[in-house]
Design a protein around this ligand. Structure first.
Ligand SMILES: *[C@@H]1O[C@H](CO)[C@@H](O)[C@H](O)[C@H]1NC(C)=O
Ligand SMILES: *[C@@H]1O[C@H](CO)[C@@H](O)[C@H](O)[C@H]1NC(C)=O
Ligand SMILES: *[C@@H]1O[C@H](CO)[C@@H](O)[C@H](O)[C@H]1NC(C)=O
Ligand SMILES: *[C@@H]1O[C@H](CO)[C@@H](O)[C@H](O)[C@H]1NC(C)=O
Ligand SMILES: CC(=O)N[C@H]1CO[C@H](CO)[C@@H](O)[C@@H]1O
Length: 629
């Protein structure tokens, strides 16, 4: 078999050329058909079928710079068929080789990964690779991560023609816990924060990629998705497939991930759009090198910001850049309205604030038609949103009419597959400073911290893909959300998220009274020193414009900010067409009664902030509202 490969005849050269054309046609067909996302990438590149031994280091043991040895290839290159090999219990690893490279280095987390590989699944998934025109011979170099010696031997006999190497990887230090990667707090403003490091795999000093990197992952306990060892192995596998490829190369080797059922690979390192085939617990990926490279350059956890702290505001407004130019036409801001008309005014102001920040990106509002009426949808469109109808999604764990019953509707963002990247914004946000840089710099899933290891789902950078949507939907009965909402759910799926500065989702919330002055300064600066404010508590359009009505309720006072309130009303006053603000931001009579009642209560207790004593000048007090309740 090997000899045949080595001595390429004229005939086989012809065959290669023919195969190349067939593949080229397949690629073109895929490009024409694909929407760029959810095409399961088929074999688009012919793996090398040149000699196995020539350029690959011929010496039995390669020593890397760090002096660690790599278990050399131990293939018993025989005539036996692959199917036969898989039945065999091979003992190909000799004792001497095991001494040279301790199993602990080749399988750093073997003790945590004690589960039996179903070799039939491995064979099957590899044959899906070979049956699509490449042949198993195409897998010339194989790198193995975290397989013990008997498993390595099994691999060697499974792929007798290949150069199979167990790559050594030092385990992460004990101090590198998930909490160290996702700490409770970091000082975002200083550049001193750093992330703990994870050792790199000891790749051989060659100039060639592995055609296939296989990795066996641990899958232990309830918290398997927040396991540093699991993360480390997947990052190491990604690095290995890129090893030796030039930084401009878009090619990467295949990655085979073995993980017990229920424990999926990281969906934003090995996304389902790169999944080539899956059999049982064997996931075969064909990653894009540029995709992996970008992710590997990010900080490992939320212990460091994924993008710099605060951006200068653009000096020019949109007229300078025509909308819809090639790349930016595949990027959009999006919001979701699933339950009521009450957020329509907020969404109108949000759209206008994005435009006022100088962005020309598409604005997409996903709206449930049964709960947001035609008149309101028309208003959203007039405000700048492209309205798309999206049936809301029920959280099966929520009680009827509960606060969180329909929050899973956000998953539909992943169905916006005509966009490569979406910046999602809750409808109760207001953009004060351009944040278009998120489209270029922040990958899925980037967000601001909520607390500790979890992100806030009010602002999210995501990459739509219908297979990701399917993935989210497939878990809705099983995955538990810590807060019953989409935020808790998404935090279980995207445990490996990237930290955005809190300025892009600045929570209107006072943790300590002493912070008020600093917040006020940031919000009144011109331009504001925050990119977007998230209006927690009573919404500004449900208050009088004179002051933030959260002041009047003791439990809501921590959400009160006159400066944030004034910012919102400044955008409101510029809403075009003006008719929108009069009709859709009016105060419902019933709500006005609530506000008056709260004022009286604050007066009764003589609340020290004194807001209750201000003279209300808001003209909305006299205008009949158009809300439909
Ligand atoms: C390798 O791991 C498998 C599965 O956990 C186990 O059955 C086997 O005994 C291990 N082999 C060695 C040499 O430790
Ligand atoms: C952090 O680093 C960036 C770029 O390296 C620099 O522009 C910024 O001023 C630094 N900030 C602080 C607080 O040192
Ligand atoms: C669910 O959505 C509603 C309305 O959009 C929001 O007020 C609430 O905070 C959300 N709840 C959770 C738990 O995410
Ligand atoms: C309320 O406002 C009036 C005038 O606007 C002022 O005379 C009065 O002292 C204020 N009361 C309190 C308790 O601040
Ligand atoms: C994994 C994969 O893409 N397999 C494909 C190989 O080719 C056959 C027929 O062309 C497809 O049906 C498989 O899905």
């Amino acid at each position: 078999m090997t000899g045949g490969v080595r001595k390429r005849t004229g005939f086989s050269k012809l065959l290669v050329v023919l195969l190349f054309f067939v593949c080229a046609i397949v690629i073109v067909a895929l490009l024409v058909r694909g929407n760029g996302c959810c095409v399961v990438v088929q074999v688009a590149v012919l793996p090398r079928i040149t000699s196995v031994g020539s350029s690959w280091d011929a010496s039995p043991t390669a020593t890397t710079q760090s002096g660690k040895t790599i278990i050399p290839a131990t293939s018993t290159r025989g005539a036996s068929s692959p199917a036969h090999d898989l039945q065999e219990d091979s003992e190909a690893v000799s004792a001497s080789e095991e001494e040279e490279a301790p199993a602990a280095a080749a399988a750093p987390y073997a003790a945590d990964s004690r589960w039996n590989i179903q070799w039939e699944s491995v064979a099957s998934v590899l044959s899906s690779f070979s049956s699509n025109g490449t042949g198993r011979r195409g897998i010339a170099r194989v790198g193995l991560l975290n397989f013990n010696s008997s498993e390595v031997a099994r691999w060697t006999s499974t792929l007798p023609a290949a150069d199979v190497r167990a790559v050594s990887l030092a385990p992460a230090a004990d101090a590198v816990t998930w909490q160290a990667l996702y700490p409770n707090w970091i000082d975002e403003e200083s550049n001193r924060s750093s992330c703990p490091t994870l050792p790199n795999p000891d790749a051989a000093p060659h100039h060639h990629n592995f055609d296939l990197v296989a990795v066996k992952l641990p899958c232990r306990g309830q918290d398997w998705s927040r396991d540093v060892r699991r993360l480390h192995l997947q990052l190491a596998a990604a690095k290995l497939t890129l090893h030796g490829s030039s930084s401009s190369s878009s090619k990467a080797g295949m990655v085979l991930i073995l993980s017990e059922s229920g424990c999926l690979p990281l969906p934003n390192l090995f996304p389902c759009k790169h999944l080539f085939a899956r059999r049982g617990h064997a996931f075969l990926y064909r990653p894009e090198a540029t995709y992996l490279r970008h992710r590997l350059n990010l900080p490992v956890g939320s212990c460091q910001l994924a993008v710099p702290f605060l951006r200068p505001s653009p000096t020019k407004l949109p007229s300078a850049t025509p909308p819809g130019t090639s790349r930016t036409s595949r990027q959009a801001y999006a919001t979701v309205l699933h339950s009521a008309d009450a957020y329509v005014c907020g969404a109108i102001a949000l759209a206008q604030s994005i435009r006022q920040s100088g962005s020309t990106r598409d604005l997409v509002a996903l709206v449930d038609a049964h709960n947001v009426g035609a008149e309101h949808r028309a208003a959203l469109a007039a405000a700048g949103w492209q309205v798309r109808l999206a049936p809301r999604i029920r959280n099966p764990h929520a009680e009827a009419n509960a606060y969180n019953e329909w929050n899973y509707s956000k998953f539909r963002l992943w169905q916006l597959t005509d966009y490569e990247k979406v910046v999602f914004l809750d409808a109760d946000l207001l953009v004060l400073r351009n944040m278009d840089f998120l489209f270029e710099e922040a990958p899925e899933l980037s967000a601001t911290v909520n607390s500790g290891a979890r992100f806030n789902s009010g602002v999210m950078v995501l990459e739509p893909c219908s297979c990701t949507f399917d993935l989210l939907m497939s878990g809705i009965h099983d995955i538990e959300s810590y807060n019953g909402g989409d935020q808790g759910y998404l935090n279980e799926v995207f445990t490996w998220w990237h930290r955005l500065p809190r300025h892009v989702n600045f929570l209107k919330y006072v943790w300590a009274e002493g912070d008020r002055a600093a917040q006020a300064r940031m919000l009144t600066a011109e331009p504001a020193e925050v990119h977007a404010v998230h209006y927690l508590g009573m919404k500004p359009w449900l208050c009088y414009r004179d002051y933030d009505c959260n002041w009047n309720v003791a439990e809501l006072r921590r959400f009160a900010s006159d400066e944030a309130h004034a910012r919102w009303w400044a955008v409101h006053d510029r809403i075009e067409p003006a008719e929108l603000r009069d009709r859709f931001c009016a105060l419902p009579t019933s709500h006005m009664e609530v506000l008056e009642q709260q004022r009286r209560e604050a007066a009764t207790v003589n609340a020290p902030d004194g807001h209750w004593n201000r003279t209300i000048t808001d003209p909305r007090r006299r205008i009949k509202a158009h809300y439909h309740h």
